[in-house]
Ligand binder design. Structure first.
Ligand code: 1HN
Length: 349
């Protein structure tokens, strides 16, 4: 029996039985078992790529002239997986969108059960405020807004600011656990100077009496530091066959993922490298920071360059090829699968 196992046969007397029991909210498991419990993961998600310069940025800018950040609350174009149209997700478990905030605009303060990450794509120096502290964002920065934290965004620069939003919306939807609260004020009162969290928690040190929480106390992981680490690694040794030089972001107080539902990594692929075939159960969203190349997922080839986003669905074998030295940011639901004992990977040669 394989993944597309034969259904059991359905002669007229069985069909009549199913019809008879349906009004009583009963259904035969044997008609559905093979689609519920599959030999290997079957996902509705398809591999896909969004080319930023050609097919995202122009429409995001059009959206900018159609609606304000204030009216939209968040001016985001959803990156919708072509295998799950209308479901507002990029993988079965994750939402991704591209958010624009124009000079002078404010995206008003709110908080929600959903955890969010921002990965900065374009612009310099707009801010996100999280729990009363602002951070100025630069391309390649990885910014967190953990579950139920107040957050607002503003752009006091003279250039548009664009970032990739990643949220655990489908996970919260599955669990029917969504709560949201708007703030009375558009912008939070700033209660701590910029850089305060990073000084307290981001220097490989912690306040002496700090008690670890579910989410990382660092809420901006600047690209400068990440790139520096990857540059050093790439000078010091050979790349891993499957990952190149790859580091994951951590909650510095626990060594676990920065947020309970979303894990994130950054990897450097030396120019010319083709990674060995790999698959894992966490469908993964990639944002290209530097370099050009392609990722072959099954029989689909996704070609990418800086600022493109692509998605590799669960359990689909893939290989990255870097035509030039490349840096890829990625995020997935791996912490959820790890916590539940579900995560699996397969490394082929
Ligand atoms: C949200 O609150 C933000 O705070 C971005 O910037 C994207 C997508 C769906 C629901 C809430 C934000 C979002 C979102």
């Amino acid at each position: 029996m394989n993944d597309t196992a034969q259904a059991v046969s359905r002669p007229p007397e069985r069909q009549a039985f199913y019809d008879n029991i349906a009004p009583y909210r009963l259904a035969p498991l044997w008609e559905r078992l093979h689609t519920l419990v599959t030999r290997t993961p079957i996902t509705p998600a398809l591999p896909a790529v969004w080319h930023y310069d050609e097919n995202v940025r122009p429409y995001l800018m059009q959206a900018g002239s159609l609606i304000s950040a204030r009216e939209a609350e968040r001016r985001v174009l959803i990156l919708e997986n072509p295998g799950m149209q209308g479901q507002a997700c990029i993988t079965h478990s994750l939402f991704a969108g591209m958010q624009l905030i124009l000079p002078g605009e404010v995206a008003p303060a709110h908080r929600h059960a959903q955890s969010a990450l921002r990965f900065i794509i374009e612009g310099n120096g707009a801010y996100t405020a999280v729990e009363g502290e602002r951070t100025l964002m630069q391309p390649g920065d990885f910014v967190l807004t953990p579950s139920w934290t107040w957050h607002d965004h503003g752009n006091d620069t003279d250039r548009p600011m664009v970032w990739l939003d990643g949220l655990d919306i489908p996970i919260v939807r599955l669990l029917d656990a969504s709560f949201m609260e708007p703030s009375n004020a558009d912008s939070q009162t700033v209660s701590r100077p910029p850089g305060d969290s990073y000084a307290r928690y981001g220097a490989n040190m912690l306040p002496v009496d700090y008690k670890p929480a579910r989410a990382s106390p660092v809420f901006n992981y600047p690209y400068e530091r990440t790139r520096e680490a990857l540059t050093t690694l790439s000078r010091n040794g050979e790349p891993d066959a499957h990952f190149g030089h790859k580091l994951r972001y951590v909650n510095p107080a626990t060594g676990g993922s920065p947020m309970p539902t979303i894990g994130a990594s950054m990897q450097l692929l030396p120019g010319g490298l083709t990674t060995a075939p790999y698959r894992s159960t966490d469908g993964t969203v990639y944002s290209v920071v530097e370099g050009e190349g392609e990722t072959v997922v099954g029989d689909t080839t996704l070609t990418w360059k800086p600022r493109d986003v692509f998605v590799v669905p669960s359990w689909q074998q893939h290989q990255h090829h870097a035509r030039s030295e490349a840096v890829l940011f990625s995020f997935s639901d791996r912490p959820v699968q790890d916590a539940l004992g579900l995560w699996r990977e397969e490394r082929l040669q």
